[in-house]
Design a protein around this ligand. Structure first.
Ligand code: FAD
Length: 382
């Protein structure tokens, strides 16, 4: 396997890195403190292809392969995790399933708006009684003439209040089904905005659906295929979460290296102390191991191979690595790391969500174990 980036990949990486460094990174602290999605910044990101990452070139998108898309997410994770999550949900969980399962009409109707900043995407799967057990969802989609009527409540929908298009999962007569619901549809209302430990710039809202009429033309895939569509989208987004974790861990390390070279105790920079060097070296080792996992899993995806188990392994390892690295890099900062003026405080809070969102660590462990036992002929249950 050749690990060198192609000319195109290098060009995209540089373009994304330039925007992330110049535009997103300096605003990270403000985004966190304002606790609002960075609407203007997101619009600026449209011109740099961040909304159209996966849209094919023939439709004026970037047409990125999975690996190059991971390079984009890594740069975003390094610059600001809230902005990164907003764009990752949009691309991995809305644009990608639309590309893979959408009809010609659906793609024509929505792709351009999603790619060029008119519609942000959101993904509404979780309910109060259906988190890890997504199959237990209770939102109803009743058939009504040529369409469906949706009733129920979704919680913690990232981009829920800002989205123009929401991929919603509901229980239809033939089983769980995916629907493309426009934000302006009558009966759909945006509810409570959660107060969160971290990722405060990526708003999570409750969405209420009361007699929301959805035409049959807005059903994504066949009736009863919704869970399959959701899980397939989650494979890519879990790999994407690992790429965000990679960027976040790199940023945490960078902050700690800088601090340890400037901060003097016992008359020398603390970087001279072996325990600090060990923390730094261990963080680097975790980061490089994670990079290999992300690269390998993206390669499986780009070569058309099954990558579901690898996505779980990569997300599990990546989320843990990012939280551990942030924790130890905060320790390198001592009391300064606990103060809001240092970026590591924010990264420590932001990274924690990576171990929960888009499938908890425990669910990734179950999925990995399930494949292992399945190969031995034993069916295990969550
Ligand atoms: C920041 C953030 C953003 C989010 N954005 C979205 C979004 O945009 N759209 C959306 O639909 N959802 C979103 N979610 C929801 C997220 O996907 C769920 O939080 C996640 O799937 C876990 O579900 P839960 O929180 O209900 O936990 P639960 O499933 O209730 O789990 C509680 C605990 O029990 C453990 N557990 C559960 N079942 C098992 C089992 N079988 N074996 C072992 N342990 C188990 C879990 O690992 C966890 O530790 C978001 C969550 C967060 C934190």
């Amino acid at each position: 396997m050749d690990f060198r980036l192609s000319e195109d990949q290098l060009m995209f990486k540089k373009m994304f890195a330039d925007f992330c460094t110049k535009e997103i990174r300096p605003r990270g602290e403000h985004i966190d403190q304002a606790e609002e999605p960075p609407v203007e910044l997101l619009q600026k990101a449209v011109d740099q292809g961040f909304w159209a990452a996966l849209v094919p070139e023939e439709l004026e998108g970037c047409g990125l392969d999975t690996y190059t898309y991971m390079l984009m997410l890594e740069e975003l994770g390094r610059a600001d995790l809230s902005t990164a999550l907003i764009l990752s949900v949009h691309n991995s969980l809305v644009v990608k399933p639309l590309l893979e399962h959408g009809t010609e009409e659906q793609r024509e109707k929505y792709l351009e708006a999603l790619a060029f900043g008119e519609m942000l995407g959101a993904f509404a799967l979780t309910e109060a009684g259906a988190g890890s057990d997504a199959a237990a969802l209770s939102m109803e989609a009743q058939r009504n003439g040529e369409g469906y009527v949706l009733n129920g409540t979704k919680i913690w929908v990232t981009n829920g209040a800002q989205a123009g298009l929401i991929l919603v999962f509901a229980r239809a007569p033939e089983g769980i089904t995916a629907f493309l619901v426009e934000a302006e549809t009558p009966g759909l209302t945006v509810g409570y905005r959660e107060k969160t430990l971290g990722l405060r710039g990526a708003a999570c809202n409750t969405l209420y659906f009361e007699q929301v009429a959805v035409p049959v033309g807005n059903r994504l895939g066949e009736e009863g295929q919704g869970l399959k569509i959701a899980l397939q989208a989650l494979d890519l987004s879990r790999l994407g979460m690992a790429a965000l974790a990679l960027g976040a861990a790199e940023r945490s390390l960078e902050e700690a290296v800088k601090f340890s070279m400037e901060h003097i105790q016992f008359s020398v920079p603390i970087a001279q102390k072996q325990i600090i060097q060990n923390y730094i070296a261990d963080a680097k080792a975790q980061i490089e191991a994670l990079r290999c996992l992300v690269t390998h899993t993206a390669w499986l995806a780009d070569t058309g191979q099954e990558f579901s188990q690898e996505a779980s392994i990569t997300k599990l390892f990546g989320a843990r690595a990012a939280t551990q690295v942030a924790d130890r890099m905060l320790q390198v900062h001592g009391g300064y790391g606990y103060m809001k003026e240092y970026a590591i405080e924010r990264y420590y809070r932001d990274c924690r969500a990576l171990e929960i969102a888009e499938g908890t660590n425990q669910i990734q462990q179950f999925l990995i174990a399930k494949d292992i036992y399945q190969a031995e002929g034993l069916d295990i249950r969550p």
